[in-house]
Design a protein around this ligand. Structure first.
Ligand SMILES: Cc1cc2nc3c(=O)[nH]c(=O)nc-3n(C[C@H](O)[C@H](O)[C@H](O)COP(=O)(O)O)c2cc1C
Length: 343
């Protein structure tokens, strides 16, 4: 169902100005604008949110389109994302203690490829600051919180950081994501390895169950995976997640590969690649998970969705719901409605 909105035209006007700025500056400005623009102006710009309700992981979502983690790590513009029409909004990654992330520059555009490379490194104000914002957050759309570990927490202690995060936001989030796949925190992706994944998730799920008892509310726990996994690793993670009782999987985070980017200058930058070139890799992992886990296991598809057509294809590959990040940078808020109207 299409409702007229003016965000497409406005974004087409704003984009050249934003793209003339240094990428992180453009990001800060748009986030600040979204946080401060009066609700009435936003409603005029974005129109009515798409209404196509569904149940996912026991949550009632108003549509299948979610904001991917990392765009609003600290939850400064929650109401704005909801007015933009998202069915669910994933905040974070947050870590127990605030941390500055990697030194800039750490975000790069590859406009000819509709891609980004980032090595932000979980710059965030800490989980308690986010918890404070969540207490006052509107609830028109579901809110997920994506948890990570501090850069200076040894890998062997990663469990402590995830547990602290889980305890801090459990009663305030609709779902929790355990991020084991960002390429910009040393060693983080090793938590997907057999010896580490199973003990970590077993313990976190036990903590979740204790919190569910204490608060009288069950909150699904999802795990976000990397696209750079061999088929056998995807199968092993799928089996472990299902056996342990992980509620759902998110496929995928950014890639450390540089598919088809030969001769593209920023491709040499260290970090995770997102956007169009990531799509085939993210889709491969998603398809594999769906094949392994059967039709009813909850899966989130993310990575390189830049159009309604991309979204329909990712649904066909097995995603129950979708998330977008880089598509918003290249297409603007109009992409939310475009995706919601086809899936
Ligand atoms: C600048 C930037 C920062 C990101 N930060 C996070 C993060 O903090 N946690 C996370 O789980 N994913 C993070 N991501 C990954 C996205 O959530 C998403 O999985 C990935 O970008 C693929 O989707 P896309 O192609 O639609 O951008 C980040 C992506 C970008 C571009």
């Amino acid at each position: 169902m299409k409702t007229p909105s003016h965000s497409g035209g406005l974004y087409a006007l704003a984009r050249p100005g934003l793209f003339a700025l240094e990428p992180e500056r453009a990001h800060e400005l748009t986030l600040a604008a979204l946080a401060r623009l009066p609700a009435v102006a936003q409603r005029m710009m974005f129109g009515e949110p798409a209404h196509a309700p569904l149940e996912f992981c026991g949550l009632r979502l108003r549509n299948r389109v979610g904001l991917a983690a990392g765009l609003d790590k600290d939850g400064v513009a929650i109401a704005g994302w909801m007015r933009m029409g998202f069915g669910f909004v994933e905040l974070g990654t947050v870590t127990p203690r605030p941390q500055p992330g990697n030194p800039p520059p750490r975000l790069f555009r590859l406009p000819s490829r509709r891609a980004l490379i980032n090595r932000m490194g979980f710059n965030n104000a800490g989980v308690n600051a986010l918890a404070e914002r969540l207490r006052r957050a509107p609830r028109e759309a579901a809110i997920g919180v994506n948890l990570g570990k501090n850069a200076d927490t040894p890998l062997a202690r990663a469990i402590d950081d995830y547990r602290l995060g889980l305890e801090a936001v459990y009663s305030l989030a609709d779902y929790i994501t355990v991020n084991l796949s960002s390429p910009n925190t040393a060693g983080l992706r090793e938590l997907q390895e057999r010896d580490r994944f199973e003990p970590l998730l077993r313990e976190l799920l036990q903590t979740r169950d204790r919190l569910a008892d204490r608060h009288g509310r069950y909150r699904p726990l999802l795990v976000k995976l990397a696209p750079d996994l061999a088929d056998a690793e995807v199968d092993r993670l799928a089996d472990a997640a299902a056996t342990l009782g992980v509620d759902g999987l998110i496929a995928t985070n950014t890639t450390v590969m540089r598919p088809g980017l030969e001769g593209c200058a920023p491709a040499a930058e260290t970090g995770g690649l997102s956007g169009a070139p990531l799509a085939p890799l993210a889709e491969r992992v998603l398809r594999r998970l769906r094949l392994r886990l059967g039709p009813s296991y909850p899966l989130v598809g993310v990575g390189g969705i830049l159009s309604g057509e991309d979204a329909a294809r990712r649904r066909e590959a097995g995603a129950d719901v979708l998330q977008i990040y880089t598509g918003l940078i290249y297409r603007g808020p109009t992409l939310v409605r475009e995706v919601a109207s086809v899936v």
